[in-house]
Design a protein around this ligand. Structure first.
Ligand SMILES: [Zn+2]
Ligand SMILES: [Zn+2]
Length: 798
């Protein structure tokens, strides 16, 4: 019999042909119909962020796995809504644009800069979409959305206007985290901490009305001396009792500041006396507030010292530090300097030390929501469960409201106009997209003073204000009530581990503020892709792997199988071409098996109920293992952990089915003389193989589709249901170990022996005199054929 499958090995060139057939059939279309509204499965897909080339291989793996969620949910019988969007707002885009076109954002017309950003984004976006399509992602590409579209931005503005009207937004001038490189306010969630070396400078301070006494105060920020408004000691530190209420004289600046007490001082740090400046760190902010000190603005928004620093004004903070420390030394004000490691807050994006300066910003109330978010987030199922802790820790750490305004260009504009006369902010009606920096307001008069002159807000939103409403955008919140009713809350939020305290948290907050409910009931959290040594990939290290050539070389299915089988869900995974190419071997094995099986007729019964009485023991045994495999795979699929099914499928297919079972029944499938025995084997072979394909389909959608369509049905495998398990042959599971042991024993025995006729090492086909052990009697006939066994007694008889 000639195999129906002629191609000798799996060639991933076929993937593009299969992709076209899916597109042609519109296979993954989502249609809301009356008869399917009860099993809608909505994925709140993360809109990938195009911030430069190449796209990260870890991100490609991330989307491949999100696709596995979609595909396995479809095979569970759900109607899956799998939207895809591109996140196009924000700072990295601006930085990429500045670099690509060699321009500076603030040195060109805003409108022109925005145009450059758009065209830079278009190129990156089409590359990403191309990669995702080539990976076999079954999302709705026909209607992909962009977060910088008029539709999206007007929804972001609408949600802001709604929250403003609810009284949840306020404008305040207060000390805020500021990145001088990015030129903008940043939220706590965007700060990382690194232990960096610095000098702790011990300085002499004079004491008011005393010519000789000096106090020594240590500081890691001597450059902020001019913004010092007090020195503080711990109220219980008896060394300083005599100085309470006195004043010290600042070195270099000769200004007097009071000595006050505050519980935050650690007596063991430095000399136990601390200078408080506006602002060295968040503790300074707290002390200024607690002791009602008058703030001195030390830095402007470009990171330069203000006139308050005279004669050190108009210097970058680092240069100011150099000069001030030099003058302190030369003036004899330094007692000593100590090298220390300081836990320094850095801007997550530019890695610049964060400054704290007073800024006029918009704040969204979040502190008062922490208790309710803690309560309702208990109802979110996390996959894996352990990553819920990241959210819980963050909820415990939130200490200020969320500053949502940014001094950037490429973002959603804050829809506010200020009255030129009385400064009252006025907001337009929601529903449209507004650009106040270049548009006249859609109203005539200030409601407070009647003036007709306004100035539009120039700031934009923190991009998380946009991306935190993806569940609302995809479910057509405020745009299509019926669609919204059936698609919100979403079913699952898949996302990366490193953005739990930003994307996940902000979505939780924003959606709750707008809808009084959870945005989704499940959160799926994947680890990072790291390099083969376990190091984080970054452009500066030069260890970023471009996914596109890898996919071209190995094909999407190999890449996907690697991604699923590499590590358990939630753990970081190592990316190397070597491990990806290893997955190729499994696909070759699968193809070879399919090709072998394609030589034989397919019993119709494989898709019907099993007629148990006509099945032979060997076949019952492999079916028992098959049903165990189905059970294990379901366990994995039910918790969206594709590591489990991928490894179980590979193990079963390779180590039991191909190595043992197929060899045991090879003689029977060719033997027409006993139709019952032959049919039993054909049944089990095809039952196993078709089930393997169905189980593997969400992970390797291409090869399974090709084999399925060639062997079993013209209807796509991706329209089938996941197979069910049963316990019909459970008793046979106990033989597995014995069968494997016996076969291996015979193979080893043959390897060690010499064929008496040829004088060469025996081949596996050579006869051997051995009896089948008693406990495997049921399988005797198949084992005898397989190994060419002769009973010792038979040989003696001859
Ligand atoms: Zn920065
Ligand atoms: Zn006014």
């Amino acid at each position: 019999m000639e195999p129906k499958i002629t191609l000798k090995s799996w060639n991933h060139i076929l993937e593009s042909k299969i992709l076209k057939s899916w597109e042609h059939e519109d296979l993954y279309n989502f249609n809301l119909k009356e008869n399917n509204i009860n099993n809608i499965f909505v994925i709140d897909t993360p809109p990938p962020y195009p911030s430069g080339r190449p796209w990260h291989i870890g991100a490609a793996a991330h989307y491949a796995q999100i696709d596995m969620i979609a595909r396995s949910a479809r095979m569970e019988g759900n109607v899956v809504m799998f939207p895809i969007g591109i996140d196009r707002n924000g700072l990295p885009v601006e930085i990429y644009t500045e670099r690509k076109y060699k321009v500076r954002m603030r040195q060109m017309e805003r409108e022109k800069f925005l145009d450059l950003c758009k065209s830079a984004l278009d190129d990156l976006e089409s590359e990403m979409i191309n990669i995702m399509k080539n990976l076999g992602i079954s999302a709705n590409f026909k209607e992909y959305y962009r977060t910088d579209s008029v539709e999206f931005r007007s929804l972001t503005q609408k949600t802001f206007i709604d929250l403003w009207n609810k009284g949840l937004v306020y404008i305040s001038n207060r000390p805020n985290n500021y990145c001088t490189d990015c030129g903008t306010t940043i939220a706590d969630a965007e700060i990382i901490y690194e232990d960096l070396p610095t000098n702790l400078v011990y300085m002499y301070f004079g004491i008011e009305n005393s010519n000789t006494d000096k106090l020594i105060i240590a500081s890691t920020r001597p450059e902020l001396l001019f913004a010092c408004q007090a020195v503080i000691v711990n109220p219980k530190d008896d060394r300083y009792y005599p100085f309470h209420g006195k004043k010290v004289i600042l070195p270099l600046f000769n200004r007097k500041v009071p000595i006050l007490v505050h519980h935050s001082v650690k007596p063991e740090f430095g000399t136990g006396m601390v200078m408080v400046c506006s602002y060295g760190d968040q503790n300074d902010v707290q002390v200024f507030r607690d002791l009602n000190l008058k703030e001195i603005v030390a830095l402007d928004q470009n990171g330069y010292t203000t006139d308050e620093a005279k004669p050190y004004q108009n210097l970058m903070i680092n240069n100011a530090r150099e000069k001030i420390v030099k003058d302190l030394r030369e003036g004899g004000f330094v007692e000593r300097e100590e090298k220390v490691v300081h836990r320094t807050p850095l801007c997550e994006r530019s890695k610049t030390p964060v400054q704290i300066i007073p800024l006029h910003d918009y704040y969204l109330k979040q502190l008062e929501y922490v208790p309710v978010l803690k309560a309702i987030s208990k109802n979110i199922c996390f996959y894996p469960e352990i990553h819920k802790q990241i959210l819980n820790n963050w909820l415990d750490a939130i200490s200020i409201d969320w500053p949502i305004s940014r001094r950037r260009f490429y973002g959603t504009e804050i829809p506010v106009w200020f009255c030129n006369k009385c400064q009252t902010p006025t907001l337009p009606d929601s529903g449209q997209y507004y650009q106040p920096w270049k548009e006249r307001p859609p109203f005539d008069r200030c409601s407070k003073c009647g003036s007709t002159e306004f100035t539009g807000e120039e700031k934009t939103f923190d991009t998380w204000m946009d991306s935190s409403i993806t569940p609302l955008f995809i479910s057509k919140f405020s745009r299509d009530a019926k669609f919204y009713e059936h698609t919100y809350p979403c079913t699952i939020r898949p996302q990366a581990k490193d953005i739990i305290r930003t994307w996940l948290y902000y979505t939780l907050l924003r959606c709750y503020q707008l809808t009084d409910t959870l945005a989704w009931n499940n959160a799926w959290v994947m680890g990072y892709g790291v390099d083969e040594k376990g190091k984080k990939m970054s452009k500066s290290k030069g260890n970023v792997i471009d996914p596109f050539p890898v996919i071209q070389q190995f094909g999407a299915d190999t890449f996907r199988f690697w991604s699923a089988s590499e590590t358990n869900l939630g753990q970081d995974f190592r990316c190397s071409e070597q491990s990806i190419s290893n997955s190729q071997k499994f696909l070759s094995k699968l193809w070879n098996l399919g090709r072998f099986l394609s030589s034989f007729p397919i019993p119709k019964e494989i898709f019907a109920d099993i007629d148990v009485k006509n099945i032979l023991p060997t076949d019952k045994w492999i079916l028992s293992e098959l049903f165990r495999l189905v059970k294990n795979c379901s366990k994995g699929y039910n918790i969206f952990n594709f590591f489990i099914p991928s490894n179980h499928i590979r193990d079963f297919t390779w180590n039991l089915f191909a190595s043992h079972y197929v060899e045991m029944v090879k003689s029977r499938v060719y033997d027409d003389s006993d139709p019952t025995a032959q049919n039993s084997a054909l049944y089990a072979l095809h039952k196993c193989f078709s089930t393997i394909l169905l189980l593997l389909a969400p992970i390797c959608p291409f090869i399974t589709e090709e084999l399925w369509k060639t062997l079993y049905s013209s209807r796509s495998i991706h329209l089938q249901k996941r197979p069910l398990t049963n316990d019909f042959f459970k008793d046979f599971e106990k033989f597995t170990e014995k069968i494997v042991e016996f076969n291996s024993f015979v193979w080893n025995k043959k390897k060690e022996s010499i064929n008496p006729h040829t004088g060469k090492p025996a081949s596996l086909k050579d006869p051997i005199s051995l009896s089948v052990p008693l406990e495997l009697q049921e399988f005797e006939k198949d084992l005898q054929y397989m190994h060419n066994l002769h009973n010792i007694n038979d040989i003696n008889d001859n």
